[in-house]
Design a binder for this molecule. Structure first.
Ligand code: ADP
Ligand code: MG
Length: 256
């Protein structure tokens, strides 16, 4: 049975997409069968996996609207070792079109059920908003991975996300929980980041992943080559941290 996780945080630019594609590549590297679902109309996770969003024959849009199955629409990102259910601007229209449909927040969940046996992990890259798209991600998932920067306002943003997850848990998806908070773009030389990191540990205890993703320019460069950092430069510090994080995820789901 596939474990399905959303990578979510209502803030933009916090490292969701970087986390999704590098965790996908890291999991593939340690032998897991992975599907990466791009739920952001910007299609960054699609492009960042080497799949051209402008040339998608079928995308997550077709899947949400029921005109294609996941198996049909997913493509193999060859160099990355995982499958991609891609997104492009067309997906922005799904928001409106979904309103007309039955069970509009469960469309992704229903579609993923058909490929449940084909993957060990499904990772969903969410857009930076609580939209119908994010809701589809949260309804489909067993848990949420929250990337966050250890900055002053990070904790404030987190309470919104925690409330959203609580509401979805209460009303739509009893299985949903926070799997963990992942500290990303971390710079240990910055005292404030250390302090916020300590506060996170105090507040959330073992909900904070042990792995820490450093700020690392190779991770930022990789998307322009259409690759996750883990594939683009496996020896970079950031890449090693993501492979370590993939191992931690595999261990953690055993204890769920
Ligand atoms: P989001 O999907 O939340 O909007 P992204 O993953 O696109 O965030 O990250 C925002 C920017 O930060 C991107 O330019 C990305 O390359 C960069 N970035 C993300 N993680 C790191 C990191 N660990 N080190 C350096 N740059 C990073
Ligand atoms: Mg993104």
């Amino acid at each position: 049975m596939a474990k399905i996780f959303c990578v979510a945080n209502q803030k933009g630019g916090v490292g969701k997409t970087t986390t999704t594609v590098n965790l996908a590549a890291g999991l593939a590297k340690v032998g897991q069968r992975v599907l990466m679902v791009d739920l952001d109309p910007q299609g960054n996770a699609t492009m960042g996996s080497g799949v051209n969003k402008r040339e998608l024959a079928l995308s997550v849009y077709d899947v949400l609207l029921g005109s294609a199955g996941v198996a049909e629409a997913a493509v193999l990102a060859e160099r990355c070792g995982y499958h991609v259910l891609g997104a492009n601007r067309e997906l922005a229209g799904a928001e409106v079109e979904l309103v007309e449909l039955e069970q509009r927040d469960k469309r992704l969940k229903q579609a993923l059920a058909a490929v449940d046996a084909d993957y060990d992990f499904v990772l969903i890259d969410c857009p930076p908003s609580l939209s119908m798209l994010t809701l589809n991600g949260l309804c489909a998932a067993h848990g949420v991975v929250v990337p966050m920067q250890c900055e002053y306002f990070a904790l404030e943003g987190l309470s919104d996300l925690v409330n959203t997850i609580k509401q979805v848990h209460a009303n739509l998806n009893r299985e949903l929980k926070i799997i963990g908070l992942l500290r990303v773009m971390f710079d240990p030389r910055i005292t404030l980041q250390q302090q916020v990191s300590d506060q996170l540990k105090d507040h959330f205890g073992d909900k904070v992943f042990n792995s820490i993703i450093p700020r690392n320019v190779r991770l930022a460069e990789a998307p322009s080559y259409g690759l996750p950092g883990v594939v683009f430069d496996p020896s970079a510090r950031g890449s090693k941290a993501f492979v370590e994080f993939a191992r931690e995820m595999v261990d953690r789901i055993d204890t769920l």
